[in-house]
Design a protein around this ligand. Structure first.
Ligand code: NAP
Length: 633
């Protein structure tokens, strides 16, 4: 995958000029085994939004020069590409970077900092080795990034599987969300499978079509497409005790049919069921109206008066994009988002940096590590409620207040010329109670346009001609509902029947839970990916990381069934309950659990979606299955 370094010194110097300093330092230390560059004064002062690592000009020049010399030696064969860092090396390099001992992170990092093209998380067994002749079929529901990953790993282990996908194509959320301005708000280099990095992402935060291309390429390259049955929706599944199998009901274009399998993987996502708001008169509107996740591209917005209801992650991306095309954009906002300064949001990755990813061994991996650093250390602390502080709707702790001050200062700088909208742009809830949004200044700029109008009075009703709020009717031609998803309605609208006729939704009774986000007592051999309480909050990780953890666990569970010769793996109720209480306790003591603001992080007074602990905590708990957690029969 890596190409040889074959350029002269001056060209190399130009490429090194585009390097991210913290990643460069770690790469050079690793390649040379010389840790003298990892000095306290070169330790990155800030998290990834500062590509130069907060160094002085002189320090930066020194680092780049030394890196250049190391790469020249590598090019000339004076140093050989080393193997992946040993545990002690990993600890030393990452402890320097994070400013605290990383001994606890080393096993996790050992899976991440590997030469491109290697895959330490691949299963070390195959079904043919463990249980030749035994039939074991897995049904995966959904061909989004989690479902494809599950298929990929099962294929590596030689376990037969079928992916059922209700849409006509793969990609899940990245297939259906085609609204203007749609792009990831996690850095591109984090938003790919760890074992299948894309080294030539064009943008720091890539657009929807780029993610979709990546997933399509991954699926085609790995022969997954032939396992997918497109246009097939699983409407029901029921466990059959006699045969220890799941019977699926499938809706297809030509009618209803069935399938039988030994295990089911639900990979339907958390944010896949659009939510339309219960606003009086919604159906009376005479013009086109659609949800952000079902964008109607046949509607030309040019010259139209467009209402966008909602200013979450979707509305936030849509509004600046359609302003200027529409005659007027009327923004209906309940709560403003907190803005996270992200100057690189719409910027391409410089050609020099692209070159480094393709030519310098381990640079992409150290870069990715650095992008994930906030999720491993530090950021979580800002969400934790300090009951002695005392917490309020302003801030839940001193660290949270400090973050608030940082974000507020960045907003205020943007509002210098528009103090009149200040009260509508500054949130009245603690940072972290909702997803902070990556901002490069376009949001506030859009709100200041003459053809964009911000309405903050609650919507009273929708009429055939427009939207009424604050007793004023805004005449509207097109309504866009950027009102989010039924995030807490896991596995809906499927009917799921477990042992003894147990109905999953009745059992959950509006409070979905799963052990490690995956398994539920009474529903053997059913595994959820991106299931209850597995949403990682804040920058520094992506759902792909969580899915990789969960799929490792899934594979270990399948291995356990195969080696024991047993047929049903059912999580113990006490294990499930204890885990649920621990997760609830964590969530109650996070900004989103404390705040009374609305949103999908905390619906009905409890978070069914969020993981309240660190990213590595999830890795630790999912790395191996503990047979003692299960009734296996
Ligand atoms: P969302 O964050 O749930 O936002 C929904 C918006 O609609 C909120 O502003 C909400 O106001 C408003 N709303 C809901 N019901 C309303 C009503 N009846 N009247 C007026 N306003 C109403 O949904 P989303 O923006 O689709 O984002 C959901 C999640 O998807 C994100 O948090 C993120 O995880 C993911 N996402 C990611 C990206 C990305 O990576 N680039 C892009 C889009 C989405 P309140 O805040 O007052 O409730």
């Amino acid at each position: 995958m890596l190409e040889p370094i074959d350029v002269d010194d001056e060209t190399l110097r130009a490429h090194v000029a585009g390097a991210q300093i913290p990643a460069l330092l770690m790469t050079v230390a690793h390649l040379t085994g010389d840790y003298s560059l990892l000095r306290a004064e070169y330790r990155p002062a800030a998290m990834p939004s500062q590509p130069r690592g907060g160094l002085t000009d002189a320090a930066e020049a020194d680092v780049r020069e030394q890196a250049l010399q190391a790469l020249v030696r590598l090019r000339d064969g004076d140093i050989e590409v080393p193997p992946a860092p040993k545990p002690e090396e990993l600890r030393r390099i990452t402890s320097w970077a994070l400013g605290s001992d990383t001994e606890d992170l080393v096993p996790l990092l050992a899976e991440q900092i590997v030469l491109a093209g290697t895959d330490p998380k691949a299963p070390t067994w195959t079904k043919a080795q463990l249980a030749p002749g035994r039939e074991f079929r897995v049904a995966i529901i959904g061909a989004g990034l989690s479902g494809l990953l599950a298929g990929y790993r099962l294929a590596q282990a030689g376990v037969p599987f079928t992916i059922y996908e209700k849409n006509p194509g793969l990609g899940g959320t990245w297939l259906v969300n085609t609204y203007p301005g749609c792009r990831v708000d996690v850095p591109s280099h984090l938003y790919s499978y760890s074992f299948a990095p894309r080294l030539d992402w064009p943008d720091h935060f890539c657009t929807q079509d780029m993610v979709l291309d990546y997933l399509r390429d991954f699926a085609h390259r790995n022969g997954l497409v032939e396992h997918i049955r497109f246009g097939v929706e699983v409407t029901a599944m029921a466990w059959e005790e006699n045969s220890s199998s799941w019977r699926l009901t499938l809706r297809t274009a030509t009618g209803t049919t069935g399938a039988v399998c030994d295990g089911v993987v639900s990979a339907v996502g958390q944010l896949s069921r659009p939510r339309l708001p219960a606003i009086e008169g919604r159906d009376d509107f005479a013009g086109p109206a659609f949800h952000s996740a079902a964008w109607d591209h046949s509607v030309d917005l040019a010259g139209k008066r467009v209402a966008v209801i909602g200013t979450g992650a979707s509305g936030f991306q849509i509004i600046p994009e359609i302003a200027g095309t529409a005659a007027e954009v009327v923004v209906f906002q309940r709560n403003p988002p907190w803005l996270r300064p992200t100057p690189q949001l719409r910027q391409p990755i410089a050609a020099s940096a692209q070159w480094l990813f393709r030519h310098v061994p381990y640079y992409a991996q150290w870069y990715r590590f650095w992008l994930s650093a906030p999720g491993l250390r530090g950021l979580l602390d800002s969400w934790i409620v300090d009951h002695t502080y005392p917490p309020s709707e302003r801030a839940v702790s001193a660290a949270n207040e400090q973050l608030r001050s940082l974000l507020l200062a960045a907003i205020q700088t943007q509002l210098a010329d528009a103090p009149e909208i200040r009260e509508h742009v500054v949130p009245q809830y603690p940072v972290g109670a909702k997803r902070p949004l990556c901002d490069d200044g376009r949001w506030v700029a859009a709100l200041q346009r003459d053809d964009v109008r911000l309405v903050t009075e609650p919507i009273e009703r929708i009429t055939p001609r427009g939207v009424v709020a604050g007793q004023q009717e805004s005449e509207i031609d097109v309504i866009v509902y950027a009102t989010g998803f039924e995030a807490s309605r896991f596995l809906a609208p499927m009917s799921v029947t477990g042992r003894r006729g147990l109905d999953l939704h009745a059992m959950w009774d509006g409070a979905p839970r799963a052990y490690l986000g995956m398994t539920i007592p009474g529903f053997p051999n059913l595994f959820c990916l991106y299931g209850p309480n597995t949403n990682i909050v804040g920058q520094g990780g992506s759902i792909i990381y969580f899915s990789e953890c969960a799929v490792s666990y899934l594979l270990d569970a399948v291995r356990l069934l195969l080696v024991t010769g047993q047929r049903a793996l059912d999580v113990r109720k006490d294990v499930y309950d204890e885990f649920g209480a621990w997760v609830d306790h964590g969530n109650e003591n996070r900004a989103w659990g404390f705040s009374t603001t609305s949103g999908w992080y905390n619906e009905g007074g409890r978070s069914a979606t969020n993981w309240p602990y660190s990213a590595d905590e999830y890795w630790r708990r999912t790395h191996h299955i503990d047979p003692a957690d299960y009734d296996i029969a």
